[in-house]
Design a protein around this ligand. Structure first.
Ligand code: HEC
Ligand code: CU
Length: 318
C-alpha cells in the first residue's frame, strides 16, 4: 500500500522521503510567513489610514502635502531587496540539488503514454509498467520522454515534478532516504484516462533491490484467465476497454472473441486469437472501425504468457 499523502506529513506537505524535501519545505514556509507578515503590514496600514483620514464631511483642501521622504524610499527598496535575495540564493541552491544528478546516479528510463508509465532498467533489460522500483540512499536519475501527448511526472514525497514531452528528454533526480511505497501522479491533463495515470514508487533496501532485479515477473503460476483479469487492470487496458459493452476510448471486450470485426478500411476480419494478439502487440496494423488509432503498442511490454493470458480473459467476456 502506498503511504497516504494526507495521513502523514503536515497540512501543506506529505511526509518527506528524501533529504532535500525538508529544505524545499523550509523555503516554502519562509516565503509563506514573509508574505503573511507583509500582507498584514500593508493592509493593516491601509486600513488604519482609511479610518484615520476618512472624510469628515467638510470639503477641506490640504494646504500642504507630504510628497517625498528618502527614509521611506530606502526602507521599501532595501527591505524587499534583501528578502528577494534571500529567496533567490536559497532557492537557487535547492534548485541545483534538485536538478543536477551526480555522475554515479542509477539511470532509469521513463516513458509516459496514454495512460500509463513504463520504466526501463537498461542495465538488466527489465521493463516494468507503473511500478518504479529503486534502491534506498542511491541517487536515481530518471530520463523521461512521452510517446504521445504532454504528461508530467510527479512524486510528492520526493518534491520532484517535471513535464514529460514527446521528442525531447527531460530528467529528474532524487535520492530516497527511507524504504516505503509512494504515489506517482501524472499532473498534466492528458485526456480521458488522465486521472487513472497513477504509478507506484517502491523504495527497497539495496539487497532487496538486487534481488528484485534478478527475478522475473511474479504470478507465474496463476491460471491464464485470472492473470488476464489482473493484467486488464494492471496494464491499464481498463482505461479504454469496458467489459459490459459500453464504448470507451476503445471498443468494449464484451462478445469480442470470434465475431466479425469491421475495420476502418472497410474490410472485415474474424477476431480470433491471432487478430487479438496483433491488436495488442501492434494495434495500428488493423484499426477497428469507428475508433481513433490511439491504443499504445504493447510490443515489448507484455511477455508471451501475459499476452496469452489477456487473450484467454477476452475470450471469457461473452
Ligand atoms: C489509450 C487507450 C487504450 C488502451 C490503454 C488500450 N487500448 Fe486496446 N484499443 C484502443 C482503441 C482506440 C482500439 C480500436 C482501434 C484499434 O483497433 O487500434 C483498441 C483495440 C483493441 C483490440 C481490438 C478490438 C476490436 O474490437 O477489434 C484489442 C484486442 C485490444 N485493443 C486490447 C487491448 C489490451 C489487451 C490492452 C491492455 C494491455 C489495451 N487494449 C489497452 C484503445 C486502448
Ligand atoms: Cu498523463
Amino acid at each position: 500500500m502506498n503511504e497516504s499523502l494526507v495521513k502523514f506529513g503536515t497540512l501543506f506537505f506529505s511526509k518527506p522521503a528524501t533529504a532535500i524535501a525538508g529544505q524545499v519545505d523550509s523555503l516554502f514556509t519562509f516565503i509563506l510567513w514573509v508574505s503573511v507578515i507583509l500582507f498584514l503590514l500593508v493592509f493593516g496600514a491601509a486600513a488604519l489610514f482609511v479610518f484615520k483620514y476618512r472624510s469628515k464631511g467638510t470639503n477641506e483642501i490640504p494646504k500642504q502635502q507630504w510628497i517625498h521622504d528618502n527614509r521611506f524610499e530606502l526602507l521599501w527598496t532595501i527591505v524587499p531587496f534583501i528578502l528577494v535575495m534571500i529567496v533567490f540564493v536559497w532557492g537557487f541552491k535547492d534548485f541545483f540539488l534538485l536538478r543536477v544528478s551526480p555522475s554515479y546516479s542509477y539511470e532509469i528510463s521513463v516513458t509516459g503514454k496514454k495512460w500509463f508509465w513504463v520504466f526501463d532498467y537498461s542495465d538488466t533489460g527489465k521493463t516494468v509498467m507503473n511500478d518504479l522500483v529503486v534502491p534506498v540512499n542511491q541517487p536515481i536519475k530518471l530520463i523521461m520522454a512521452s510517446e504521445d501527448v504532454l504528461h508530467s511526472f510527479y512524486i510528492p514525497n520526493m518534491r520532484i515534478k517535471r513535464d514529460v514531452i514527446p521528442n525531447r528528454y527531460t530528467t529528474l533526480t532524487f535520492t530516497a532516504d527511507r524504504v516505503g511505497e509512494f504515489s506517482i501522479f501524472c499532473t498534466e491533463y492528458c485526456g480521458d484516462g488522465h486521472s487513472a495515470m497513477l504509478a507506484n514508487l517502491k523504495v527497497l533496501s539495496t539487497e532487496d533491490f538486487e534481488e528484485w532485479k534478478q527475478t522475473g515477473g511474479a504470478s507465474d503460476d496463476m491460471p491464464l484467465a485470472d492473470l488476464g483479469k489482473k493484467l486488464y487492470a494492471d496494464k491499464m487496458c481498463n482505461t479504454c476497454h469496458s467489459l459490459d459493452g459500453s464504448p470507451m476510448s476503445g471498443p468494449s471486450w464484451k462478445g469480442l472473441y470470434n465475431t466479425n470485426r469491421e475495420l476502418s478500411d472497410g474490410s472485415v476480419v474474424l477476431a480470433d486469437e491471432n487478430y487479438l494478439r496483433e491488436s495488442i502487440v501492434d494495434p495500428k496494423a488493423k484499426i477497428a472501425a469507428g475508433y481513433p488509432p490511439v491504443m499504445p503498442a504493447y510490443a515489448g511490454l507484455l511477455s508471451d504468457r501475459e499476452i496469452k493470458a489477456l487473450i484467454e480473459y477476452i475470450k471469457e467476456i461473452k
